[in-house]
Design a protein around this ligand. Structure first.
Ligand code: S0N
Length: 278
């Protein structure tokens, strides 16, 4: 348990309306907090846009190695905001119906840094899928997990169904969706849906502890592992991510640089100095 963990000093990065985005002072941890407690942190299109903006910043900041995703006011997220659900999606302030949370799910998957969901209270519907697409989930002992789609007239047949089935198995995933029950943190732990359960007042400390342990490890090894896990589940898009990371590493080699140099110097590349490993 993380009782001895010194919490970081969080520095706000930018002002948003629906989220809080902070970075730990002097450490490689970013924290995104969904901040709509009056609706149990249900997201509207603008919430998702702000999260996309914050995740983009975390991706582009080379000092950041781990992102924590959590919710304000004692809940994680209750999914799409039913109050703005309209004809064809969730309606933004300009009147456009969107399902932009699907883009956010892919963004979390392809972010080349681990994202840890810190779940207290409800993780329901699209809010549940958000923790499913995170790399790791730490649950407070008061957390409640579940899907709501068939109860409220929606469904997520993408990561919400397929990735969930990879995590908890097909029978359990079908149960979760078909019955729309809620599961306790302990039940979630038993089905492999979360990594750990801690007392609610220890949730952030435990998340910080896990983040620091990851930050102690090789960034490229972690990046490659995330891409490899995704490649197993994400088809060609997953392979693209893994292959892109392989290309990144190849660009760091003298062998790749020789090819570029030879082109620029208008000569034949000399590959003879590079071993052909068995
Ligand atoms: C979470 C629940 C179980 C909590 O119940 P509890 O404890 O009884 O609290 P409530 O009194 O119900 O809630 C407190 C206040 O919060 C409001 N509220 C809660 N959830 C939402 C929400 N999702 N949207 C808007 N408001 C919400 C309550 O209304 C209440 O406020 P007042 O008192 O002012 O009325 C329970 O609240 C619950 O079941 N909530 C609804 C859960 C839900 O329907 N979630 C959305 C499910 N769908 C998605 O998330 C889909 C995501 C998505 O975008 C998508 C993705 C892929 C493909 C398709 C879709 C798609 O939706 O179409």
């Amino acid at each position: 348990m993380a009782t001895d963990v010194q919490l970081p000093r969080w520095i706000k990065v930018k002002d948003y309306e629906d989220i809080i985005y902070e970075k730990a002072d002097g450490e490689g941890i970013a924290k995104i907090t969904i901040n709509r407690p009056h609706v149990l942190n249900a997201f509207r299109p603008e919430t998702v846009m702000e999260m996309q903006d914050a995740f983009t910043d975390a991706r582009n900041d080379p000092r950041i190695g781990v992102v924590l995703l959590t919710g304000a006011g004692g809940n994680f997220c209750s999914g799409g905001d039913q109050k703005v659900r309209g004809h064809g999606g969730y309606v933004d302030e300009g009147g456009m119906a969107r399902l932009n949370v699907l883009d956010l799910q892919r963004q979390i998957r392809t972010l080349p840094k681990p994202v840890i969901a810190l779940v207290a209270g409800y993780a329901i519907g699209g809010g549940h899928v958000l923790h499913v697409v995170c790399d790791l989930t730490i649950a407070a002992d008061n957390a409640r997990f579940g899907q709501a789609g068939p109860r409220v007239g929606s469904f997520d047949g993408g990561y919400g169904a397929g990735l969930l089935a990879r995590i908890v198995g097909h029978k359990k995933a079908r149960e979760i969706w078909y019955l729309c029950r809620q599961y306790t943190a302990q039940e979630a732990l038993e089905m492999g849906l979360v990594n750990a359960v801690v007392p609610a007042d220890q949730l952030e400390a435990e998340g910080v502890k896990w983040a620091r342990e990851i930050l102690d490890k090789s960034p490229i090894a972690i990046r490659m592992l995330k891409a490899a896990f995704n490649a197993d589940t994400d088809g060609l898009a997953g392979l693209q991510q893994l292959a892109g990371d392989a290309t990144l590493i190849y660009y760091l080699t003298d062998e790749a640089k020789e090819g570029q140099r030879a082109f620029l110097e208008k000569r034949k590349p000399d590959w003879s100095k590079f071993p052909r490993f068995p």
